[in-house]
Design a protein around this ligand. Structure first.
Ligand code: NAD
Length: 348
């Protein structure tokens, strides 16, 4: 048990990085007082943002981790929501100071950094959770519990361009969410990766299409774009006699089941030529009940629970490392493709 849990006092948490996503961590922690969570501080080098956060939440905001540690705030835990390239620098300091960390996705920018964070967390007996919040999306949780044997995935994550997260490409920025979910659902080692990616508006890859084949024979296609004209967050997969469509944003699920007695001829006679719609004999459409809940809130509640219980978080640092390893292999394959296609000058 942590000292806080033993003493029955509230957990004291901080947020490092209060930019566009760190602000959500601040909001959610500030709403968790009834769960014994005290938002105790923030770390933010941008003076304007720091002043805004200090005024809004009435907490001290420090310009660096060093300054926060010197202040001896008796912190139990922290969210690290700084740009990905700084995850390792910030989280390694916090973990070494005995503070449990939830590090936003991706766990780090490089594999050696992820390995180092895992080693530091182990050495100091700290909880280290990667911020793969889609695993806490109630629609994903519902289907993870119900999955049979998915053999084919199609993931689409498209965003309208905003000048944020440009320290990394679209694979580490957006696709990493789907890589993590599909790795958990497919539950098989990766056999082969093929990938194409192009920089469109930034100097890094902004749109990518990837095919991953797993040892089990399962295949997953991923498309991620941060230069789209629409926002899409969808995962669809086929398993024997079943098609599942998850809309992450709407947090809903559609399941179409092909019943044992399905007969193509009778389905055609009943009007399937006009499409496989609800009501056709042999096909069952259902919308499984999905519990309400904001994924970030559920993720931070699970983190707080891991901090209190000292149990491994539901999404582990090693799973964060696996998603990162796949993302980096995709980057490698995108570079190889660009080379083959004579596009390498475009992807510098
Ligand atoms: N889980 C999700 O769905 C999700 C969504 C968006 C972003 N993110 C992740 O959150 C992280 C931050 O992304 P963002 O879009 O909020 O970026 P951002 O640029 O809007 O914010 C980052 C903030 O960190 C601050 N910062 C920089 N160096 C720092 C340091 N050493 N210590 C403390 N603060 C520091 C910056 O001043 C800035 O305010 C990234 O890792 C990103 O991948 C996750």
């Amino acid at each position: 048990m942590t000292e806080a849990a033993q003493a029955g006092r509230p957990l004291r948490v901080a947020v490092a990085g209060t930019g566009s996503f760190g602000r959500n961590h601040l909001r959610v922690y500030s709403e968790m007082a009834d769960q014994g969570v005290t938002l105790a501080a923030a770390i933010e080098p941008n003076a304007e943002r720091a002043a805004e956060v200090a005024a809004k939440y009435g907490i001290p905001v420090f310009g660096s981790v060093d300054e926060a540690l010197v202040a001896d705030l008796k912190l139990d835990a922290a969210s690290v929501a700084v740009p990905t390239v700084f995850h390792h620098a910030v989280a390694s300091q916090l973990l070494s100071a005995g503070i449990d960390c939830l590090v936003e996705k991706p766990l780090a920018a490089k594999l050696v950094e992820a390995d180092d964070l895992i080693a530091i967390a182990e050495r100091h007996g700290r909880i280290l959770q990667p911020g793969h919040l889609e695993r806490f999306n109630p629609a994903v949780v519902t289907m993870e519990a119900a999955k049979k044997k998915p053999m084919f995935f199609e993931a689409h994550r498209l965003s309208i361009f905003t000048p944020r997260a440009l320290d990394v490409d679209v694979v580490l920025d957006l696709m990493i969410h789907d890589l993590d979910v599909v790795l958990a659902f497919a539950a098989s080692p990766v056999r082969e990766v093929r990938a194409v990616g192009l920089p469109i508006l930034s100097s890094k890859v902004d749109i990518a299409n990837v095919r991953v084949e797993f040892e089990s024979g399962c295949v997953a296609n991923f498309t991620a774009s941060r230069v789209s004209t629409e926002r899409v967050r969808k995962l669809r997969y086929f398993e024997p006699r079943q098609y599942v469509s998850i809309d992450y944003a709407r947090r809903d699920v559609l399941v179409i089941q092909v019943d044992e007695g399905f007969n193509l001829e009778s389905a055609m006679a009943a009007g399937a030529a006009g499409g496989f719609q609800e009501g056709l004999p042999g096909l069952s459409f259902s919308k499984p009940a999905v519990a309400p809940g904001e994924p970030l809130r559920l993720e931070l509640e699970a983190f707080v629970q891991a901090v209190r219980s000292r149990q491994q978080p539901r999404v582990t640092a090693r799973q964060g490392r696996e998603a990162l390893a796949l993302a980096l292999e995709i980057q490698h394959q995108m570079e190889a493709h660009a080379e083959r296609a004579g596009l390498s000058a475009l992807t510098q």
